[in-house]
Every structure is written in structure tokens, then in C-alpha cells.
Design a protein around this ligand. Structure first.
Ligand SMILES: [Zn+2]
Length: 130
């Protein structure tokens, strides 16, 4: 999908977060307090990113996961990049299919991974489990 098509498909906030690496205000998104069973997908391309099974309450105001969806070869459907913007050393998380910015991953999550994927609701869509 081209940037123009994405601009039409997405809301202004979804475009700002996923294509311009924006961050939504905490406690503002549709998924931080969302507890249904299913799969969180990329708002841009539908790639399956996170499972409700690994979602947990981090108190940050953003949807938080301790792991990502992986394929049969244990390859994650998200990509991680080092990010030194805003004077901080962080690890950015993007969709591996379309490069949408999703959020960041921090090493202060719960077991078993010890990771906290801190993700913007605006970058996600949701497929409920049937
Ligand atoms: Zn994507």
C-alpha cells in the first residue's frame, strides 16, 4: 500500500503514530484497558503482531505485551531497531511487513521473557478469537 493509500485508510492519529513514529497520549488508546481474547494485528497491513495471551497490565497507559507472535520458525512478526531519538536509548518496535512504527520494547517486563512491549493502540487492530 502506498503512503497516499495509507493516508486515506488511516485516521490522522493512526497515520501519525505508524508512519511518523508518533506516540499517543497514555490512557487514551482503545486497547490499554482491553481484555478480550484474540490477536492484535497491524492497523496498516493486518500482520499478526501480538496475542491477548501475552498482554498484561503494566500500568503505563499503553497496551503492554511480554512477547510477540512468532511463525513456525520462531521468527517474530515485529522487528526491533535501536532508537536514540529524544535523547534516550530505546529499542523501537516496527511491523516487519510494512515497517509501521508500533512502539518500544523495554527490559522491565514480567517472566518468562522479561520484556515489555509498550505499544500504541493507534497502531493496532483486533481480531477476536472465535
Ligand atoms: Zn504492518
Amino acid at each position: 500500500m502506498s503512503e497516499d493509500e495509507l493516508k486515506k485508510k488511516l485516521t490522522d492519529e493512526e497515520y501519525y503514530v505508524t508512519r511518523e513514529k508518533g506516540t499517543e497520549a497514555p490512557f487514551s488508546g482503545k486497547f490499554y484497558d482491553h481484555h478480550e481474547k484474540g490477536i492484535y494485528t497491524c492497523i496498516c497491513c493486518g500482520n499478526e503482531l501480538f496475542s491477548s495471551k501475552t498482554k498484561y497490565e503494566s500500568g503505563s497507559g499503553w497496551p503492554s505485551f511480554y512477547d510477540t507472535v512468532k511463525d513456525n520458525n520462531n521468527k517474530s512478526y515485529v522487528e526491533e531497531h535501536s532508537d536514540s531519538s529524544h535523547g534516550m536509548k530505546r529499542t523501537e518496535v516496527t511491523c516487519y511487513k510494512c515497517d509501521a512504527h508500533l512502539g518500544h520494547v523495554f527490559p522491565d517486563g514480567p517472566r518468562p521473557t522479561g520484556l515489555r512491549y509498550c505499544i500504541n493502540s493507534a497502531s493496532l487492530s483486533f481480531k477476536a478469537e472465535k
